[in-house]
Design a protein around this ligand. Structure first.
Ligand code: FAD
Ligand code: SF4
Ligand code: SF4
Length: 480
């Protein structure tokens, strides 16, 4: 494998990320890009965006039987490596292409930020947060401006795949947030093969792969994307999470027919159905859930992710985890509009009465997601550490880089050691060992999370100390 100079830290200084993507047209291609995806396969950094399978049609995504993560079934070629977001992402170039008129801030390009909620009670209650995505889907489908929406559909058991949604009747049958690793190759294939204009729904890294492929190999495909609805994404889980929760709750993993992670309130319950039974698991207080959805079950790429708030989507929707919304009975969304089209869409939905929306600011993005998630504190430090120890890490410098607070190297090293150890236990199916670990050595850190949540969200300690200003209660009076 050819090692990228940028993996040795060069890129952190003078060299520009754009070079990595322009590499196929330059003379120094052998020096700047790996020859194939071998480093991605070895490190497990794939996020199953599917870009490589279009760049190199010999590749297919398959579930790795050991790690339980989707990845290509071979190393492919340099053409597939060039568009792979597990190798490099040129955020500056992609943002400039996506939002040529926008100014890039540490939160990405921002036009407006809102708190919002669907006025359709059932839709809101069933949704993962405010039900905004389904309202947006209904809005675009009834506008007559598009031929369909590319979003996830359930294809049986644990499999969810992108498909075209053409009618508003389908919307309320669609899944909410799917937190386990899902192959997205079909989204790019639809954009390539189907006629028409589409609204695309995706998590940040999926959009990284899709846009890198399009701008690098088939720029005309961009005309088929009318609008992108992005999700905020803190993490994604390998299927080991589900195997673990099935083991703890006595569920037959191989017979799962249906799964949903949210709905029924702001946090929601994980619901797993098999022919024998339906099991509901409280996501906030169930101890076994906390073990099975510990961050060690995340796919490796999530630990180096710096794009949780989706720098490339026109409009981004996340959970408004804020002190001001903690008392609401159904979910509230935080909505980031990255351009005027997105802002106009939110205004139209509000004027029609489909949603309630209150304007807020970028501080609420940071507060609702945490500084670490918003600015990549840990991720930047971890990428640097991985390179230092000779492991593969993608090359990424986001607009948030300057705001990132470095995490001490000993902490990062300790995390890495634990992560490797816990993943080995997962791959051997020793989930019980992780359960016992959580209620012994990890217990103090685990309990601190609840203490922090109580002080920050419920007691509103930052507001009491004058460190931030909440959205006034009156402004949220119309929210449930
Ligand atoms: C893996 C993941 C992690 C997330 N992490 C966070 C977080 O840390 N903080 C936060 O504020 N919000 C997070 N979200 C977003 C949040 O859960 C809600 O999805 C979002 O706020 C939109 O809510 P909604 O009620 O409008 O739509 P929902 O009812 O959630 O509808 C979501 C729609 O998005 C699409 N979708 C769902 N899952 C996926 C997927 N895995 N890949 C591609 N498309 C998908 C589907 O089309 C679905 O119909 C995450 C979402 C996912 C999928
Ligand atoms: S991240 Fe995307 S492009 Fe890279 S190997 Fe995985 S599926 Fe292929
Ligand atoms: S955290 Fe980042 S890398 Fe992980 S699934 Fe979400 S967007 Fe992708």
């Amino acid at each position: 494998m050819t090692i990228l100079p940028l993996q040795r830290g060069q890129l952190w200084g003078k060299r520009k990320m754009g070079d990595a993507l322009k590499v196929l047209n330059s003379d120094d291609r052998q020096e700047t890009l790996p020859q194939n995806l071998a480093c991605v396969l070895k490190s497990g950094m794939c996020i199953a965006c599917g870009a490589c399978t279009l760049a190199d049609p010999g590749l297919k995504l398959k579930l790795n039987e050991e790690t339980l993560i989707y990845e290509p079934d071979g190393p492919g070629s340099q053409k597939s490596a060039a568009c792979c977001p597990a190798i490099a992402v040129d955020f500056e170039r992609l943002q400039n292409l996506r939002f040529p008129d926008g100014e890039i801030s540490p939160h990405g390009v921002i036009d407006r930020v809102y708190l919002a909620q669907s006025t359709n009670y059932q839709r809101n209650l069933k949704a993962s947060s405010g039900g905004l995505i389904k309202e947006l889907m209904a809005y675009f489908l009834s506008s007559g401006e598009i031929d369909g929406i590319i979003g996830l559909k359930h294809k049986g058991s644990l499999l969810f795949k992108p498909d075209i949604i053409r009618s508003t009747d389908e919307i309320d049958k669609l899944p909410g947030s799917i937190y386990h690793n899902t192959p997205l190759d079909q989204a790019l294939r639809i954009i390539k093969e189907q006629h028409g204009k589409f609204v695309l729904v995706g998590i940040p890294c999926q959009l990284e792969g899709i846009f890198q492929y399009i701008y690098l190999y088939e720029p005309s495909l961009i005309n088929k994307i009318h609008f992108t609805i992005g999700l905020v994404c803190g993490w994604n889980y390998s299927h080991h999470s589900l195997k673990a929760i099935c083991k703890f709750k006595g569920i037959d993993f191989d017979r799962i027919e249906q799964i949903s992670y949210r709905g029924g309130g702001p946090v929601g319950k994980l619901v797993i159905k098999t022919p024998q039974k339906t099991v509901k698991v409280n996501r906030r207080v169930d101890f076994s859930y906390q073990v099975a959805f510990d961050r060690s079950f995340n796919i490796p790429r999530c630990h180096v992710c710096i794009n949780h708030i989706n720098f490339l989507a026109d409009l981004v929707v996340g959970d408004a985890w804020l002190p001001s919304t903690v008392g609401t009975k159904t979910g509230v969304s935080i909505v980031i509009c990255r351009n005027k089209q997105a802002t106009d869409t939110i205004c139209s939905l509000s004027e029609r009465g489909s949603i309630k929306a209150v304007q807020t600011g970028t501080d609420d993005i940071t507060e609702s997601q945490s500084h670490n998630i918003t600015f990549g504190d840990f991720a930047y430090s971890y990428m640097e550490y991985l390179r230092e120890i000779g492991e593969h890490a993608p090359s990424m410098i986001g607009p948030n880089r300057k705001e990132a607070r470095p995490v001490a190297k000993d902490k990062v090293a300790a995390f890495h050691k634990q992560y490797i150890y816990k993943r080995k236990l997962q791959q051997k199916g020793l989930y019980n060992r992780l359960w016992w670990r959580k209620c012994t050595v990890e217990l103090p850190a685990f309990l601190m999370r609840y203490v922090r949540w109580f002080f920050v969200r419920v007691l509103k300690i930052k507001s009491l100390l004058g460190l931030r200003q909440e959205v006034p209660e009156d402004n949220l009076a119309d929210f449930r």
